[in-house]
Design a protein around this ligand. Structure first.
Ligand code: ZN
Ligand code: CA
Length: 428
């Protein structure tokens, strides 16, 4: 389709300012269209810089790719507002794989109509040429997967024997973060918020143990072991073996195992990736000072995000800097801009790998090293890796009934509780 526009020669000003403006919703409406409703379907709109298209029928929970990539008419940037709304919803200028064009993998927080604005770099109008904007429905929400969790508290003193409430606070954070229900997501910089994604995973403390008996989903093991080291290359991870001062794993095919103990030095936690290591060590380990949001958790690692980060690894996510310095590494995810190295604290906008157009390092991503109150999102690309893991290596967990009520029968009308040995927890 050819856009019906009369070309009017204009002299326009191009700013040399390297800062990126997020364009206000003061552009000109070009047309109103309806969002695609079939996965994989695309609708197009042709916009000059300085115009917007209102798109109706965006559905909360769906993920849409809104992109100008592939049309090199001009250095486009995309800004998205809720129609008639004042709060900027999403922004991109120079998506990492198609610079100088733009893409947003947009999962709206609320259903309804949105304005998609196109501007040239730095919000300049462009009345000379138009650009193709494609809106593709990438996916509708997958079913939620609930992963049974067992927390193994391995303690050398009463302080390290953290409370049930502290453990529950951690489960709550995991449930918020992997469902994008964390309240701080609303405070993300717009350039990143538009890429945030509900990862469709929930977590429950196990209600039956590997033998089918009732459980709180928490084990408590006293140890005389000194702080545990991070000998994660070898398999001598003492906190994971009862015989050497720790607690044996519960079958990884039925449970996410989380060991909480005193880790040596400054280590906050670590994880075992899918398809690596041995089954008897599969899970995550978190230091007792970085677990949950209360009790022994210590600022700035008292937001529960160490476990969010480590569960991310356990679901096959890599660090966003790709674990190689100088911008040579990759996390194998397109919508997390590369960075030269880990970030600490809570930096102002920082760009270490020529990601200025994207907005810089995604230091607010759970897979960076920033403070807990600084990180608040996974991206759609990361979700795709999680999804693949749950459909692959970790798929047995989808069939665990570790969070279903125990089938142990306690006889009534007797003085002695009689237990009937339960069936194993696996239905399949
Ligand atoms: Zn990590
Ligand atoms: Ca990346």
């Amino acid at each position: 389709m050819k856009k019906l526009y009369i070309l009017i020669p204009v002299i326009f000003f191009t700013a040399n300012n390297t800062a990126i403006s997020q364009c206000p919703n003061d552009n000109v409406l070009y047309e109103i269209i309806t969002a695609p409703s079939v996965v994989g379907a695309t609708v197009n709109t042709l916009l000059y810089g300085g115009e917007y298209t209102q798109i109706n029928g965006l559905v909360s929970g769906n993920t849409y790719r809104i992109t100008t990539c592939g049309d090199n008419a001009f250095d486009s940037q995309i800004t998205i507002y809720k129609t008639s709304g004042a709060v900027l919803q999403a922004f991109n200028d120079d998506y990492i794989t198609c610079s100088p064009q733009s893409t947003i993998n947009f999962s709206p927080f609320t259903s309804g109509s949105y304005d998609i604005l196109i501007d040239e770099y730095n919000c300049a109008d462009n009345f000379v040429s138009y650009i193709t904007v494609q809106i593709t429905l990438l996916e509708t929400p997958d079913p939620i997967i609930t992963i049974p969790v067992v927390v193994h508290v391995v303690y050398a003193n009463s302080t390290q024997n953290i409370s049930n409430a502290q453990i529950q606070s951690q489960i709550d954070v995991l449930n918020d973060d992997f469902r994008r229900l964390n309240s701080d997501v609303s405070g993300l910089p717009e350039r990143f918020k538009g890429f945030s994604k509900d990862c469709r995973i929930e977590f429950c403390l196990a209600t039956q143990d590997p033998n089918g008996f009732p459980t709180t989903g928490i084990t408590r093991t006293a140890t005389s072991h000194a702080p545990f080291n991070d000998d994660i290359i070898g398999d001598y991870q003492e906190m994971k073996f009862t015989s050497i001062g720790g607690k044996d794993i519960w079958d990884r095919d039925y449970y996410l195992n989380i060991w909480v103990c005193d880790l040596d030095g400054l280590l906050l936690g670590y994880a075992q990736f899918p398809s690596t290591g041995v089954p008897s060590t599969d899970g995550i380990v978190v230091d007792y000072t970085a677990f949950g949001t209360t009790g022994t958790a210590v600022f700035p690692y008292n937001g529960g995000r160490t476990a969010t980060h480590e569960v991310g690894h356990w679901l096959d996510l890599k660090h966003i800097w790709g674990d190689e310095a100088a911008c040579t590494g990759s996390d194998l995810v397109n919508d997390t801009p590369n960075s030269a190295d880990k970030n600490f604290g809570c930096p102002a906008l920082i760009s270490t790998c020529s990601n200025g157009g994207f907005g810089g390092d995604m230091y607010v991503n759970y897979m960076d090293y920033t403070d807990h109150n600084c990180m608040a999102m996974f991206s759609y690309g990361q979700y795709q890796r999680i999804e693949a893991t749950m459909n692959g290596f970790r798929s047995p967990l989808k069939f665990s009934n570790g969070c279903q009520p125990s089938e142990v029968v306690v006889a009534e009308n007797t003085n002695i509780n009689t237990t009937v040995f339960p069936k194993h927890t696996n239905d399949l």
